[in-house]
Design a protein around this ligand. Structure first.
Ligand code: NAD
Ligand code: NA
Length: 395
């Protein structure tokens, strides 16, 4: 079939298998030319199919020949209806990994559930024995608690006061003011239940008790801080509370792994266009301006460049360069004073009329469509494609 993008609000309902494959191959090429010395060897990636998690899987596999197990929650294709992009990404990654002689298997299901955890553990025991790294890169709006069955929904709201600022609809380029009412009721606790560290700790506890973590084991989860502009709705909002919880969980994990000299870390990453971030108000306008400034300075990175730097210059380097709160920072270039000062200047001038010149709205849009395999260089979109692509190592 011929597959075209069909968008509704901040999501795209279709995705293109060949475009997704090309994105994966581009990331593989990048890592092949930037290998990781002393990198991981046996890796579990939770949230492995898109964004930072996919980049982590590719960096592990192609940076240091790691065997990888990927866990994700993606929609398979049906006749005439494309799969979700993470499905096609994973299919492309595994097909290429197998060609290149790398072990790669996947589990598609709810990572928050006991069933998927048990299935993953069994696969590790059967195939890998012990693993030396777990990447935790889930982004989800909901979580069903595995013990109580309670279903939590996360919200992206400020705490205490209404937040008013500009945002952009990146489809139309219209810049306008929006107001977001403060959270109420159990919003904070619910958001922590979904995006905090409880599930990460459950995974590590299970794997530790089954004795499948090797000496000097490492686990990393991803966090975000961002500028003062987005603080009220992000870092000091409900999602920020969940990130505080996630960051605190890293220390608990390290404490629980003392006997194997294991470590839990949080890496604070840069703002990037992903399915998760395009849904957050104000962030698209911030990212459009940030991209412009960082590209001009020659320091723009995508997910793969971020994770390559995380592995090569932090995790598997001499010095993790932890901040005062014990976090790894690969958002260091985004947060540079000169970069932030420029973004703040542009923010004050940003209108529907000025944004195409002062911001990188095109870069934002391209990245957004790329997430779904569209607008990818070198792909012939007029060509008939088979939507029924299988993931070779799917369990
Ligand atoms: P993403 O949407 O690209 O990836 C989410 C992944 O989680 C996918 O692989 C998806 O299949 C998987 N997933 C979601 N729900 C699942 C479930 N119930 N069971 C199994 N798998 C599930 O998101 P991303 O932007 O790469 O985010 C990953 C992490 O990085 C998040 O913690 C996010 O907060 C953090 N982060 C993102 C940014 C950014 O700007 N995008 C910046 C810094 C940190
Ligand atoms: Na991810």
């Amino acid at each position: 079939m011929i597959i075209e993008p069909r968008t509704r609000g901040f999501i795209c309902l279709t995705s293109h298998p060949v475009g997704c494959e090309q994105n994966v191959l581009n990331q593989i090429d990048y890592i092949k030319s930037n290998p990781v010395a002393n990198g991981p060897k046996k890796v579990l990636v939770i949230g492995a199919s898109t964004g930072f998690g996919l980049a982590s899987r590719i960096t592990s596999a192609y940076g240091s020949n790691a065997s990888t197990i990927g866990v994700f929650f993606e929609k398979p294709p049906t006749e005439g209806r494309p799969a979700s992009p993470g499905w096609y990404n994973s299919a492309a990654f595994e097909a290429q990994a197998h060609k290149d002689g790398l072990y790669a298997k996947s589990i598609n299901g709810d990572a928050f559930s006991n069933e998927i955890k048990a299935q993953t553990l069994k696969l590790i025991q059967d195939d890998l024995g012990k693993i030396d790294m777990v990447i935790y890169s889930l982004a989800s709006p909901v979580r069903t608690h595995p013990d109580t069955g309670e279903r939590f929904k996360s919200v992206l709201k400020p705490i205490g006061e209404t937040f008013t600022n500009n945002t952009v609809d990146f489809h139309t380029g219209v810049v306008k003011e929006i107001s977001i009412e403060p959270c109420s009721g159990d919003d904070i606790d619910n958001t922590i239940a979904v995006m905090g560290g409880e599930d990460w700790k459950m995974w590590i506890d299970l794997l530790k008790s089954a004795d499948v973590l090797s000496e000097d084991f490492k686990t990393v989860a991803y966090s975000y801080i961002g500028p003062s502009l987005t603080e009220a709705v992000y870092r000091k909002g409900t999602i920020g509370r969940a990130k505080d919880h996630l960051e605190a969980t890293a220390f608990e994990i390290t404490d629980s792994l003392k006997d194997i000299n294991g470590k839990g870390y949080v890496s604070v990453n840069k703002a990037l266009v992903t399915q998760a971030s395009s849904a957050i108000p104000v962030i698209p306008l911030y990212i459009s301006l940030l991209y412009k400034v960082m590209k001009e300075e020659g320091i723009h990175e995508g997910c793969i460049e971020q994770i390559e730097r995380l592995f090569n210059e932090r995790l598997y380097a001499e010095d993790l360069q932890l901040d005062e709160q014990g976090r790894i920072r690969v958002d260091d270039w985004e947060m540079r004073d000169d970069i932030q000062a420029k973004v703040l200047e542009l923010w004050k001038e940003a209108t529907t009329e000025t944004l195409p010149n002062i911001g990188d709205l095109d870069g934002y849009k391209t990245d957004f469509f790329n997430l779904f395999g569209f607008n990818v260089d070198g792909v012939d979109y007029d060509k008939d494609v088979n939507e029924m692509v299988a993931i070779p190592g799917l369990q």
